[in-house]
Design a protein around this ligand. Structure first.
Ligand SMILES: NC(=O)c1ccc[n+]([C@@H]2O[C@H](COP(=O)([O-])OP(=O)(O)OC[C@H]3O[C@@H](n4cnc5c(N)ncnc54)[C@H](O)[C@@H]3O)[C@@H](O)[C@H]2O)c1
Length: 377
């Protein structure tokens, strides 16, 4: 029988694509989506709006940081339990205080996982992040040294550790690299917006640090296929059928070995602009003065972007070229995503980032009225 699935944080970037994947491939009998944000205010594309209207999808608004809400979310009218629970709910905005991440990420994960164990859920998938590894040029495997380099990652790693201790929890932890694709707001998209800004300014786009700074990626369609694949129920070739040996951990990263240079090349082609990197002197200065450099960088991009939006008739958009200093640091994100291929037979269907993949991101935003027309080549 097709399983019943609970997607926590299912209106977000990964969540909406996961729900679409489950619906379009007729994988689940029913899907409950819990999120504090309503689908109607979440800037869904027309295609995704239809997915959320599907009769198998049931939306429940809830703040999962509130323990009382969690029990309700897990309770079905017929008294049966969800087979699979995927936790994508977390505070994903950069630059918040440690207390915020503690409450909205760490404590939330622990509470929803405890409820899953209590209800004997077959597999609970905790979506963590590959930022938990020590920043290194060498690709991190699941066994590599852990040294989270963002506050989000610190709270996720703390949650991972706590979840491993929950008795009876069938736990799989997934650690994606930078996820990109239609609907991405915080990942690659700020760089795409910068591309549009520099085209408008008629200037060369020069980034900090070097072209070989790793920022490994995974396309959102592969990220959600991977997240589902680890439950072992996938109909795709090579999927597991047995129970999980809890806890299991899988990275998700494509074959592109994405770095700043590769992304710059694609942005150059997409926007028809010149791209490059600031010299060593400026990068050295930025290392020592990251706060003020971040301010300058943001100031340079924010105004032209808002003018572009205004002249293009875009009045309401969640998109911004704003970069937090946590992200502007020269930390390499280098991830080996091959364990899931080797041990579970998973296949990355978008192994490389292409100009077409990035164009899709812009096109969908334009079609949804969130990005001004005519900014690309
Ligand atoms: N996007 C990436 O590049 C990326 C990379 C690695 C890991 N991840 C991880 O994957 C997960 C999902 O990321 P995303 O990009 O889809 O983020 P997102 O911010 O788009 O989605 C998170 C969703 O969770 C919801 N949410 C947050 N707090 C909630 C609460 N208290 N109650 C109910 N709902 C709540 C939000 O409303 C949002 O819809 C996160 O844990 C993130 O750290 C994302």
């Amino acid at each position: 029988m097709a399983p019943s699935v609970l997607v926590l944080g299912g209106v977000g970037f990964l969540g909406r694509h996961l729900v679409a994947y489950l619906v379009e491939n007729d994988i689940a009998a029913n899907i409950r989506v819990a999120d504090k944000v309503l689908p109607a205010t979440a800037y869904l594309s027309d295609k995704l709006k239809k997915v959320f209207e599907d009769k198998r999808v049931e939306f429940k608004q809830a703040n999962l940081a509130n323990p009382a809400a969690i029990e309700k979310i897990y309770t079905k009218d017929d008294g049966s339990a969800f087979d699979y629970v995927i936790n994508l709910a977390a505070e994903t905005k950069y630059g918040q205080s440690d207390e915020v991440y503690d409450e909205r990420t760490y404590q939330l994960s622990v509470a929803v996982a405890k409820e899953a164990a209590k209800r004997k859920v077959k597999v609970f998938v905790e979506v963590s992040t590959a930022q938990v590894y020590e920043s290194d040029k060498k690709p991190s495997t699941e066994e590599s040294k852990l040294k989270p380099w963002t506050a989000v990652a610190k709270s996720k790693l703390k949650a991972e550790e706590e979840l491993k201790k929950i008795p009876g929890l069938n736990l799989v932890i997934v650690r994606p690299a930078l996820v990109y694709g239609p609907g991405d707001v915080y990942g690659i998209t700020p760089r795409l917006i910068m591309g549009a800004v520099y085209r408008q300014l008629g200037e060369k786009m020069e980034l900090l640090w070097t072209k070989d700074l790793r920022m490994n990626t995974v396309h959102v369609t592969d990220a959600v296929r991977g997240i589902w694949h680890v439950t072992g129920t996938t109909a795709e070739k090579g999927g597991r059928t047995g129970p999980v040996a809890s806890p299991e951990i899988y990275n998700l990263a494509d074959h592109n070995e994405t770095d700043q240079g590769k992304v710059n090349e694609l942005i150059k082609a997409l926007f028809g602009i010149d791209t490059g990197f600031q010299g060593t002197m400026i990068s050295q200065f930025a290392k020592l003065n990251l706060e003020s450099v971040t301010e300058d960088v943001n100031e340079k991009h924010l105004q032209p972007w808002s003018e572009l939006c205004k002249s293009g008739g875009v009045t309401n958009t969640p998109l911004t070229p704003f970069l937090d200093k946590e992200l502007l640091k020269d930390n390499a994100l280098s991830v080996d995503g091959s364990k899931i291929e080797k041990t579970l037979g998973f296949e990355y269907k978008v192994p490389n980032m292409t100009e077409a993949n990035l164009r899709d991101v812009v096109t969908e935003f334009v079609e949804s009225g969130m990005w001004p027309k005519g900014t690309t080549k």
